[in-house]
Ligand binder design. Structure first.
Ligand code: HEC
Ligand code: HEC
Ligand code: HEC
Ligand code: HEC
Ligand code: HEC
Ligand code: HEC
Length: 346
């Protein structure tokens, strides 16, 4: 493993730098839209920002959820609506009753705030230019909507008790991963990347120096387009010496994480070289076989081997579904894997 202690000096220097960056970046937040502003929907924004709207259709957030999963915005108790619509649970926001078709799917106002005032009287003072991560990204990129507005629940034997061992999974947990919460069990390790100024936004949407840099530095990608969501190495280079250094660090680390995931869960049969989301191989699979664990039914929840399997599988799924191969929180990622291996060695 890495010699973390030896880089204590670098860590301190880098944290100072992060605070400095945080200082100047923070002043760029503009006035929030007034409380009276109403949600008007993406089509209204497109009336004046048509180029951005066209680009936005190319990025994950701009996809039309309704044509693919529309029934699930209103159906099944509307369980998908909180994170796949505009202004859920806010005044004038998405109405599960069906009266707001213009707010189906994620739109501009999820990041820029309710834009009614701005749309009728365009000005830079009545719209949020730079999204605030804690009030936008953090609400959806968690295992349940607005999970981190309250204390994050911990994962223990009790919280996994009711689940069949093979059904344990955890969707889009990026925020709690970054904060180093929700590992099995009671691991808590807020990582260095939680210090990035306006974390999430600064790495993924690159709002540096000039406001219109969004996505532009990803060659071939337009503003708000597909490339806009993917981190740029110049972001990493702010803290990691140089782009070259950041690239090798990222690639080396990502590779190591991928290898360790495959060792635990096996290789995806339909995508060789990638870890298997079904855990059909690796240490998890052999542990289940050796100890006769019933993956499909929760038939023996008090068995210690079953508990070990569930804990290890939780940590595996957590790292896998975060989607950053540990980059969001490198020390936490390593701790999760170590804990999983330890559980499976009993
Ligand atoms: C009637 C035309 C019009 C509509 C509708 C409109 N905008 Fe704008 N928008 C503008 C103009 C003009 C500016 C530039 C204002 C300025 O610089 O003073 C602007 C600027 C912006 C900015 C940048 C603000 C800044 O600080 O530089 C954002 C973000 C924005 N609009 C988002 C939206 C969103 C989201 C919607 C839909 C809710 C929307 N706009 C609807 C005309 C419009
Ligand atoms: C707590 C917020 C939240 C809820 C609730 C939610 N989603 Fe999502 N969904 C997300 C996020 C965030 C992503 C992006 C995931 C990523 O890239 O890690 C996503 C991605 C998706 C995707 C596209 C990418 C993929 O991984 O397949 C589909 C399809 C999807 N969700 C369907 C649903 C359905 C159907 C429901 C309701 C049963 C639902 N979601 C409920 C937040 C949510
Ligand atoms: C309203 C909920 C919501 C908010 C707010 C939100 N996201 Fe997402 N995000 C999603 C969903 C849903 C998807 C998946 C969309 C799809 O694939 O259909 C997604 C996808 C993504 C992806 C994956 C892109 C890919 O290519 O797979 C990234 C990265 C991302 N979001 C980052 C962010 C950042 C950064 C913010 C804050 C500025 C943010 N999101 C705000 C719900 C949200
Ligand atoms: C230190 C920079 C950094 C920060 C801060 C950061 N991310 Fe990431 N994120 C990355 C990198 C690097 C990847 C891996 C990208 C890749 O391999 O395509 C990633 C991957 C992702 C993915 C999966 C994308 C995909 O293509 O499947 C999502 C979703 C995501 N991040 C959302 C977030 C959210 C939400 C936050 C804030 C809670 C956040 N990130 C904070 C750097 C960062
Ligand atoms: C995932 C979050 C997100 C969503 C959704 C989003 N934007 Fe943005 N937008 C940003 C970020 C980040 C910036 C750059 C802020 C900066 O660096 O100053 C930005 C900048 C802007 C600007 C000012 C800069 C420019 O490029 O002219 C306008 C106008 C704008 N957005 C309009 C829109 C419209 C219209 C939509 C919907 C079609 C939309 N945005 C959807 C995150 C988002
Ligand atoms: C705000 C500063 C900051 C930014 C921006 C940043 N990092 Fe980091 N990163 C740190 C700190 C601090 C550490 C912990 C010190 C260390 O281990 O080198 C760290 C650690 C890491 C590690 C683990 C290194 C190890 O030896 O365990 C990786 C991998 C990493 N960062 C990748 C990235 C990538 C990729 C990006 C860009 C997407 C990025 N970082 C952006 C501050 C930052």
């Amino acid at each position: 493993m890495r010699e973390k202690r030896a880089v204590a000096g670098l860590i301190i220097a880098v944290i100072l730098l992060a605070l400095i960056l945080g200082g100047c970046g923070g002043s760029r937040h503009l006035t929030a839209p007034t409380a009276a502003a109403r949600f008007v929907g993406r089509a209204t924004c497109a009336g004046c920002h048509s180029g951005i709207d066209a680009d936005f259709s190319l990025q994950a957030h701009g996809l039309d959820f309704l044509t693919v999963h529309g029934d699930q915005i209103y159906g099944r108790g509307g369980g998908c609506a909180p994170c796949h619509t505009v202004g859920y649970d806010e005044p004038s926001g998405f109405d599960p009753g069906g009266s707001t078709p213009h707010l189906e799917s994620i739109g501009c106002e999820e990041c820029h705030g309710a834009g009614g005032d701005h749309a009728s009287n365009p000005s830079s003072s009545n719209i949020n230019r730079v999204p605030i991560a804690e009030e936008t990204c953090w609400d959806c990129h968690v295992s349940s909507y607005k999970q981190v507005r309250g204390p994050v629940p911990t994962i223990t034997d009790a919280s996994l008790y009711e689940k069949a061992p093979g059904s344990i999974t955890i969707h889009h947990p990026q925020t709690i991963f970054l904060l180093g919460e929700y590992g099995y069990e009671h691991l808590s390790d807020p990582g260095p990347h939680a210090l990035v100024n306006n974390t999430c936004v600064s790495c993924h949407l690159n709002p540096v120096e000039s406001a219109t840099t969004l996505g532009l530095r990803n060659a071939g990608h337009a503003n708000h387009g597909d490339g806009a969501l993917h981190p740029d190495l110049t972001t990493c280079a702010r803290c990691h010496d140089s782009e070259q250094q950041a690239k090798s660090l990222f690639e080396g680390f990502e590779e190591e994480m991928e290898e360790q995931l495959i060792e635990l869960g096996g290789e995806d049969p339909s995508n060789p070289g990638a870890p298997d989301a079904d855990c059909g191989g690796g240490l998890l699979n052999s542990y289940a076989t050796t100890h006769n664990i019933d993956l499909d039914n929760n038939s023996d929840p008090d068995n210690q081997y079953v508990k070990n399997y569930k804990g290890a599988r939780h940590n595996y799924e957590y790292l896998l579904h975060d989607g950053s191969y540990g980059t969001h929180n490198p020390p936490f990622a390593e701790a999760l894997l170590e804990e999983a291996r330890e559980l499976l060695s009993d």
